[in-house]
Each structure stands twice: as structure tokens, then as C-alpha cells.
Design a protein around this ligand. Structure first.
Ligand code: GTB
Length: 215
């Protein structure tokens, strides 16, 4: 059984925004049971964890001799072994792969940048201007994504790993007011969150938060 790592105490307070959620969701979709090792922030910077994740972050994935880091690589690894997450037909598979990388490399970066502005640049006199710049970049990407998405249900025809990465990336904007102005994405997220595998993954990561607060 694979073991993944997750934050012992995630700053998102169980909102399912930390990146172990992607892995839990992919494993649940694949019907693959897994173990979780919870790691405190200090432990992430210790040699034992750095041997698995050179940047001192979660998530990681271990299964025998196989060790993976980077949530995108882990989701891809799981998806490659499960036709429900990555179609076998070449044309649809190519589409799903493109959208997986688009989620990680094109859509997610400005969204993550927004959190840097919010949390690490709060004291700066130029924070408001930076917010405006980053929010413009996010909106540009969301406009483009909405155009490409059209009235589709999922990115690559049927549900795939691309939807796991994209939904998780854009969910990080919840509460910002940006996402809320795109009904297409609110509906997309609602569809994803209604999947039994998503619900199981969400509940499992939420339980970690509950255990931390009740301890
Ligand atoms: N590129 C890596 C991947 O995709 O695996 C990024 C992994 C990453 O950033 N992991 C975070 C971490 O370990 C945990 S998810 N950080 C410790 C460090 O860098 O020192 C963090 C997270 C928490 C809360 C929210 N949120 O509330 O939106 C989002 C992400």
C-alpha cells in the first residue's frame, strides 16, 4: 500500500487546499487504499524528509522502492496506472496531459503568487498595486480557460486527472471574489466536489484538522 505525506497542521484548517488533497483524491478515484504519514513543518526540513522531498515540502508518495515528490508527478504516476484517470486512447490522453500541465504551469502560478502577496507582502506600501497586477493575470488566465472550457463538463471529455489538478488549483481562489465571478468554474468545482472520491478525500484530510484541534 502506498504511503503519502501530509501536513500535521495545515494552514488551510482542513479546507482541502493543501496539496495532499490532490493525491488523496486521485487515489480515491483509482480505488487505491493508502496510508498517510503526517509531518510537522519542522520535520519537513530534516534530512529524513529531505531525502524524499528535496524542497522540504509535502506531499510525497512512497511505494516500495518508488518514491515521488511534486503533486503533479504523483497524480500523473497514479493516473498512468488507472484508465479512469488518464484515457488510454492517444488523442484524449494527449488532451488530458496538456490540461494537467496547464493546471500546474499556466493556471496555478499566479494563484499561488496571490497568496504570497496576501501573506508575505501585507506590510508593503505597494501591496495594493501588486494585488491588482496579480489579480489581472489570474483573470486573464481564467478568461482563457473559460473560453477553452466552453460548456464542457470535464477538460478532456470524461473526468480525468486533469480535472483533479485544475479544480484543486482554482479552488485556492475561493473567497477571493475572483472565482465567484465565473459561474462556469463555480459549477465545475461543485460537480467535482459532488464526486464520491472527492468527498472521501476531503473528509480524510478534514479529519486531520479536527484531530489537531481536539488534541
Ligand atoms: N510544487 C509542490 C507540489 O506541487 O507538490 C508544492 C508543494 C507545497 O507547496 N507544499 C506545501 C508545503 O509543504 C504544503 S501545501 N509547504 C511547506 C514549505 O514550503 O516549507 C500548502 C498549502 C497550504 C494552504 C493552502 N491554502 O490555504 O490555500 C495552500 C497550500
Amino acid at each position: 500500500m502506498p504511503t503519502i505525506t501530509a501536513c500535521k497542521s495545515s494552514p488551510d484548517k482542513g479546507a482541502g487546499l493543501a496539496r495532499d488533497m490532490r493525491i488523496r483524491w486521485a487515489l480515491e478515484e483509482a480505488g487505491q487504499p493508502y496510508d498517510v504519514r503526517l509531518v510537522a513543518f519542522e520535520e519537513m526540513k530534516q534530512p529524513a524528509h529531505l531525502a524524499l522531498q528535496p524542497f522540504g515540502q509535502i506531499p510525497t508518495y512512497e511505494d516500495g522502492e518508488v518514491v515521488l515528490f511534486e503533486s503533479g508527478a504523483i497524480v500523473l504516476y497514479i493516473a498512468e496506472r488507472n484508465a479512469r484517470l488518464l484515457p488510454e486512447d492517444n488523442v484524449t490522453r494527449a488532451k488530458a496531459l496538456s490540461w494537467m500541465f496547464a493546471a500546474l504551469n499556466t493556471v496555478e502560478p499566479p494563484i499561488v503568487e496571490r497568496d504570497y502577496v496576501k501573506y508575505f507582502e501585507a506590510e508593503k506600501s505597494w501591496q495594493t498595486e501588486r494585488f491588482a497586477m496579480v489579480d489581472d493575470r489570474i483573470r486573464m488566465r481564467l478568461d482563457q480557460l473559460a473560453n477553452a472550457f466552453g460548456d464542457a463538463t470535464w477538460l478532456a471529455g470524461s473526468f480525468s486527472a486533469a480535472d483533479i489538478l485544475m479544480v484543486h488549483a482554482i479552488r485556492r481562489l475561493e473567497g477571493s471574489g475572483i472565482l465567484e465571478s465565473y459561474p462556469v468554474f463555480m459549477n465545475y468545482i461543485a460537480r467535482a466536489a459532488d464526486r464520491p472520491a472527492y468527498k472521501r478525500a476531503f473528509a480524510a484530510q478534514y479529519e486531520v484538522f479536527q484531530n489537531v484541534t481536539s488534541a
